[in-house]
Design a protein around this ligand. Structure first.
Ligand code: ADE
Length: 251
């Protein structure tokens, strides 16, 4: 039984691929999977590409073909919580799909993905990772000090990144807008926004797979988020990969 490791884009994937030993690369159609060893575990590392559909496809393959009972996402996100800074890490213990729901009066009323209120209603909104996995991650990361960021990423003075646990909002939209950043934080109480975790949560719930969404902040989702993403994605993705490797031996 392998642990599934999931990334969206090459800068996220590279750190983990380099850290693995006994690597065997395989393809399934256009998708890349690498079996190997990491921190004493047999792992399968997959690079899904951006977005929820890609993520759902690859998470399902990890579960069904590679028999992964746990899938850990390692990557980057935009920060929503104004107390967080570029380089901080949000461990997503709950994901919400901010782009799913019903459009009324030209406005989206968010609703659980896979449901509409007048056909197959549900009380649920979002997907939670298992309490046991979250507790394991909290214990594993309690005394982890991430390396200081470069002065550029830290906005002047080098500073040590923080690690927080919380809600991650997910949608098939890159957020490059201050108003949307504020709304997503207010509406969903989310700490970070990205484009994949909501699908991982949904597949995990459907197939009985434990999951955790580990995200280092490459940007703060506001007007400069495109530039910040390009400048810092490599540097902060390394923190997320480091954190994942700290967690693995506890699993
Ligand atoms: N991933 C990294 N930054 C992001 C942003 N600002 N919006 C959506 N996904 C992201």
């Amino acid at each position: 039984m392998s642990i599934g490791l999931l990334c969206a884009i090459p800068p996220e994937w590279r750190h983990l691929h380099e850290a693995m030993s006994d690597v065997r690369d395989e393809t399934v159609g256009p998708l890349a999977f690498s079996r190997g060893q990491l921190q004493g575990h047999e792992v399968v590392l997959a690079r899904a590409g951006i977005g929820k559909v890609n993520t759902a496809m690859v998470a399902t393959i990890l579960a069904e073909r590679y028999n992964a009972k746990t899938i850990l996402f390692s990557g980057v996100a935009g920060g929503l919580d104004p107390t967080l800074a570029i380089g901080d890490v949000v461990v997503g213990t709950q994901t919400v799909q901010h782009d799913a729901g019903v459009i009324q009066d030209d406005r989206l009323e968010p609703y659980q993905a896979g449901h509409i209120p007048f056909f197959n209603p549900t009380e649920g909104f979002g997907f939670r990772s298992s309490e046991a996995l979250v507790a394991t991650a909290q214990a594993a990361l309690a005394d982890l000090e991430l390396p200081s960021l470069s002065a550029a990423a830290a906005g002047g003075e080098p500073r040590r990144p923080r690690i927080v646990f919380g809600t991650v909002a997910s949608g098939d939209q890159y957020v490059n807008c201050e108003m949307t950043r504020e709304r997503l934080h207010r509406q969903f109480g989310a700490q970070a926004v990205e484009m994949e975790g909501g699908a991982l949560g949904q597949v995990g719930a459907a197939l009985g797979v434990d999951w955790l969404d580990i995200r280092a902040l490459s940007d703060l989702a506001g007007a400069s988020s495109r530039m910040d993403f390009a400048a810092f994605v490599d540097e902060v993705a390394a923190s997320s990969a480091l954190l994942l490797q700290r967690l693995l031996p506890r699993l």
